[in-house]
Design a protein around this ligand. Sequence first.
Ligand code: ADP
Ligand code: ZN
Ligand code: ZN
Length: 737
Amino acid sequence: MSRRPVLQIAVPSPVYRTFDYLAPAGVDPAGLCPGIRVRVPFGRTRAVGILVGCSAHSRVDRGRLRPALEVLDREPLFDESLLALLGWAADYYRHPPGEVFATALPVALRRGVPARGVPARRWRLTETGRGRDPGEPRRAPRQMRILTLLDERAEGVEEKPIRALGGDWRGALRALAARGWIDVHEEPAVAPACESAAASTAPTLSGAQHDAVQAVCGALGRFQAFLLDGVTGSGKTEVYLRIVQAALQAGRQTLVLVPEIGLTPQLVARFRRRLQAPVVVLHSGLSERERLTAWLAARSGAAPVIIGTRSAVFTPLAAPGVVIVDEEHDASFKQQEGFRYHGRDLAVLRARRLGVPIVLGSATPSLESLHNAAHGRYQRLVLPERVGNAVPPRMGVLDLRRRSMDEGLSGELLRRIGDHLREGGQVLLFLNRRGYAPTVICHECGWVAECPHCDAHMTLHLGRRRVRCHHCGAERPLPQQCPTCGGEDLRALGQGTERMEQALERHFPGVEIARIDRDSTRRKGAMESLLDGARTGRSRILIGTQMLAKGHHFPGVTLVGVLDGDQGLYGADFRAGERMAQLIVQVAGRAGRAERPGEVLVQTHHPDHPLLTALLRGGYAGFATQALDERRTAELPPYTRLALLRAEAPAPEAPLAFLEAARDRALHLGDGAVAVLGPVPAPMERRAGRYRAQLLLQSTGHAALQRLLAAWVPSLEGLKSARRVRWSVDVDPADTL
Ligand code: ADP
Ligand code: ZN
Ligand code: ZN
C-alpha cells in the first residue's frame, strides 16, 4: 500500500523549520501545488501556512501527524521562482521559514481571506439623510462629524476616515443607519484604472541617458545587473521612465523599489503622467484592502508598473520585464527587525531567477555596489552631468576650531546665509537632530537629564516644555528645578533643529523659515504645506533632518549648510562615514540650478579628516575610493562578510552569558575560516530597560560564513542560556550598533 504523502508547511512561528501535516480529509495531496495556503491546527490554535512541498517521509511518527483543516487556494500564491527565492532567503538570513513566507504576503492573505478582490464598502447619505434638519442630531458630536464627512462626498466614504474619528464610531454609524440617514454600498474591487492625468511629453535624451537606456533595453529578456550612477538631477528618473516604456511596449511589467522616504505622491504622479498606464503602489501606509488589491493587480498582470518599498520585492508578477531599485544605497532597504532581509540584494537575486535585467540607481552608490561594478558583476552606466547645464555646487568646509559660535552657527556661515538671502537664493540647513537641544544640564552641579531606561540623554523639546528619549519614547515634563541640587539654572545643552530655528529667527527677522523634521510634520497635512512653502520659495530658510535629504527638489536653494559634519566622521558604526558622505552629497544635490550656482558648506572641527578631504576634492567617487581602501585594510564589507548575533535581557549578565556559550559553540563548529569577535556590550548597552550585547562573525567568503551559520544558528535554540534572553541573527547587518 502506498502511503499518502506528507504536506510540508511553513507556519508563521519562530521555529527554524517547516511542519508536517496530513492532507485534509477528502483532499488528494497529489493535486496540491506548492505555494498555496493551508489552514492548519497549530498548538491550541489554528494558523495559515504555506505549502512548500510534499514528502513520502516525516520526521514525526505518522500516528502523531495531524490533518490540515482546509486548503485555501487553488492556484499557488507564489510561483516556483518566488518560492525558491523565499526558501533561499530563509536559509541565507537564517530566519524561520514560516515568518519569511508571511512577510512576503499582504496581511489580508496572511489572515486567510480569499485571494481575490475584496469589495470596497462605502457609507453614503440616503435621500432622508440629505433632507434632515441640519442642526440634527443634537448632542451627538460624533454623528455630526460623520454627517459632515458624508455631506462633502457624494460618492461615499470608506470606513478608514470614519474610524479616524475615534471613540465609538461603530455605534455612531449604527445610530445613523437606524434613523435611515445613511446606508452602506459595496463596490466590487476593480483593477487599477488608468489615471486621467494629463500626459507629459518626453524630453530629448542626452547622449549619456540614451546610452544607458540602450544598454538596459538591449538586455530585456535576460538577466543583467546595471549600476546607474548619476548625480541628483542628472536624469536618472527619466532613464527609468524610458526603460519602463520599453518594457510596456513588449507587454512586460516593471517592479520599481524605492526607499521608504522616496515614495512620494510626486514620484508616482510623474510615472502616471508619462506612462498613461495603470501604476499601482505598495507601501506600509495602505489599508489591508488597498494592499491586497495592488498585489492582485500585480499578480494578474493588470498592473504593468508596481512601485513599492522594501517588501514589494516579493510581489508576484504575471509578466516580469525589468526591476529598478532607486536610491539603491538607502539604508531603509534593509529590514531592521524580524526577517532582516536586504530588499536591494534580494531584488538582484529575484531578477536573476526571473531572467530579467535590473537597474540599481543612485547619486551615491553603496560601497557594495561600487565594488560589484568594479569586479564586473554589475555594468556601470554613468550620467556625469546635471540636466540643463546646471553646474555642480562648490563644496567647502568651515573650520570651527577656536571660532565663536552662536547656537551651533559659525559667524562665517551666518554671513554666507545673509549673502545668499540678499541675492534672492534659498538656504537649506541640515542638522540630523530634532528637538531643541540634545539634553538639559544643571549649571549649578552638572546634572544632566538621562533616560531612566536607556544609556542615553533625554532630548529637550522646548516648545512642548518636555524632555523625551528618542530611543525608547519615554518622556516627562521639563523639570523646574535640578532633581539633584534643587538649583533652578537648568540650561539647554547642544543644538537641535528647534533651537536652530529660534536662533535664525533672531538673526534674520521677517524671513520665513520652514523646519522639516519628524516633530514639525506629525500633524496631518503639515508636511505638504511645509514642502509647498519650500518649493514655491515662500520659505527662504529650510531647516531639516535627514527627511530633507531625499527625494525632494527645491529649485531655488543656492546654499546648503551641513551644521554638524563631525557626526558621521566619528560615528560608532563602520558605515557612519559612508552615510555622512551620502547625506552631504544628496543634500548638495539640491543646491543650485543653471542660472544660480550652488554652494555647500560643511561645518567641522576636523577639516583635515581624510574622508572629508577626499569628498571635497574628489566628490563622491573620490570619497568612495578612499573609503573602500579603508574597508579593505580593516577587513570590513564589501571585502568581508559579517553576521551579528544580538542578545538582550533585563539583566546585564544574561546576554553576555548566552553570547559566550554561542561563541564557544561557533569556535567548536567552525573550521577557522570565520573569525568570532566578542561578545561585547552594544555601544548603547541599555535601551528601553534592556541590556544588549553582541557577537560578530567575520569571514572573507560568504560560503564559509553560510556553512557555519547553517550549523550554528539552529543549535542556539538548545542552549540553556538562550532561555533567559531575546536573541536574533543579522546577516549582512546594516549597522553593528
Ligand atoms: P534624477 O532622477 O537623476 O534626479 P530627473 O530624471 O528627475 O533626475 O531629472 C531632473 C530634471 O531634469 C527633471 O525635471 C527632468 O524632467 C529633467 N530632465 C531629465 N532628462 C532630461 C532631458 N534629457 N532633457 C530635458 N530635461 C530633462
Ligand atoms: Zn543641580
Ligand atoms: Zn530611553
